[in-house]
Design a protein around this ligand. Sequence first.
Ligand code: FES
Ligand code: FES
Length: 154
Amino acid sequence: MVRFSLNGVETEIAPDDMLLTRLREGLGKTATKVGCEIGRCGACTVLRDGVAINACLVMGWQLEGAEICTIDGLETLPAGQLLIKAMEIENGFQCGYCAPGVMMSLAGLLSAENTPTDAMIEEALEGNICRCTGYHSILRGARLARDMMKETHL
Ligand code: FES
Ligand code: FES
């Protein structure tokens, strides 16, 4: 078995198990969503060592020593609380299915860059498909989170 950290807790995965399958079916962590399973929709986005990745494209053998943060760990990240608050204020989501992936993509961006441009925000969300919002409310929420971060000097 391969050992990695999941939201700060040491966890195991078989080398030939997909991270997304391990999360949802093995560990019951269904907050991370499943969509295309081929890296196209972003529903399964998690952070690996702070960088947004698709959990459907990562196998267990690639995870030795990795630190994985999922939507379940979002609130522990510096930008997590602000992202949640900003999306609530802007009513960022409708059905919410894309939300875990979108939030983790934005958390990755805001961890690396606390004052991203609008273009950087849009680029960070290129891999996340939302079937409901037309993206406007999501982008408003993301920009508000960025502005709140600037104000709080996070
Ligand atoms: S389920 Fe992983 S990108 Fe769509
Ligand atoms: S809010 Fe429904 S898919 Fe994005």
